[in-house]
Design a protein around this ligand. Structure first.
Ligand SMILES: Nc1ncnc2c1ncn2[C@@H]1O[C@H](COP(=O)(O)OP(=O)(O)OP(=O)(O)O)[C@@H](O)[C@H]1O
Length: 283
């Protein structure tokens, strides 16, 4: 995907924190055609995401989380406001997306699935092999490099998607509920694996989840979307140092406090979303 031309309007200027902004959304909105009218899924979204920041987006069902991610991924376009994404360095993709359902090719081996994007980057073969092996190791799939997707569990397939996304080395990693189809044990393992890889790469990540615990474990900042049309209802900064582990975090009183605050904002957004549902021209 190409860098969006509006970035010229806001060329990587530092945010108040002094860190560069990776994504700038100003009054961003999305209207879908719905029957003879239109349906506004997002309205007035003002949100900056900083370089190297791990942002989790939470909010009630239908508030526009996936719509927002699809717009950031260039899979859909915004209809109102401005969006600017800092261009990735030459030879690197602007974004990579990991979806809820793994999206790996059944006819390719684990190795070839992870290699898929990197192969078209023009990278020298030795470096490519080193990078793919590195991420296969990170997600514990090196012994399965020559296996095919039908020989893997759901958790292993999702690991392939994650290894591929990191191996592509995108400017921004977008994740839409990547662990929600996994059982609790696999989910906990994957969250810690993701944290470990992220610690090493410090990529800009936008991660959608329905799980408050997951958001608190992973995020530097949690953004609560809500309402109909959806918009930013709250943003909460995480006070927890890194590296993090679930065990240590759960024993921290501040963890319970932050999780309760996030849950309260989501509940508030849910009630607001429900009360705004009537007369929306949808369905
Ligand atoms: N292509 C489309 N055409 C019309 N309406 C759409 C389209 N895509 C999404 N919507 C509507 O936009 C709203 C937001 O949908 P979206 O999938 O972004 O919500 P969400 O917060 O990700 O929900 P969930 O948590 O259930 O996945 C919903 O009301 C949905 O029906």
């Amino acid at each position: 995907m190409k860098a969006m031309p509006e970035f010229a309007l806001s060329p990587g200027a530092p945010a108040a924190s002094g860190r560069r902004r990776a994504i700038v959304m100003e009054n961003l909105g999305k209207r879908f055609l719905a029957g003879k009218g239109e349906y506004t899924a997002l309205r007035g979204v003002d949100l900056d995401i900083l370089d190297g920041e791990f942002v989790c987006i939470v909010g009630p069902s239908g508030c526009g989380k996936t719509t927002l991610l699809r717009i950031l991924a260039g899979l859909d376009t915004h209809t109102d406001g401005k969006l600017a994404v800092r261009p990735a360095p030459p030879g690197r993709p602007l974004t990579s997306v990991v979806f809820q359902e793994h999206s790996i090719f059944p006819w390719l081996s684990v190795y070839d699935n992870v290699a898929y994007g990197v192969r078209s980057s023009g990278m020298p073969k030795a470096e490519m092999t080193r990078r793919i092996d590195y991420y296969l190791d990170k997600v514990g799939l090196r012994p399965f490099a020559h296996a095919y997707p039908h020989q893997l569990s759901g958790g292993m397939k999702q690991r392939v998607s994650i290894a591929r996304a990191f191996a592509n080395d995108p400017g921004i990693l977008l994740m839409d509920e990547p662990f929600s189809a996994l059982d609790e044990q696999n989910r906990a393992v994957m969250q810690e694996e993701l944290l470990r890889i992220w610690e090493e790469t410090r990529k800009t990540v936008v991660f959608i989840t329905h799980s408050v615990d997951e958001a608190v474990l992973l995020a530097d900042r949690i953004v609560v979307l809500g309402g109909r049309p959806g918009g930013v209802r709250a943003t909460l900064a995480s006070p927890f140092p890194r590296p993090r582990s679930y065990a240590a975090l759960r024993a921290d009183r501040a963890y319970v406090d932050l999780a309760s605050r996030v849950a309260a904002h989501i509940q508030e957004s849910f009630l607001q979303t429900r009360s705004e549902q009537t007369g929306d021209g949808h369905g």
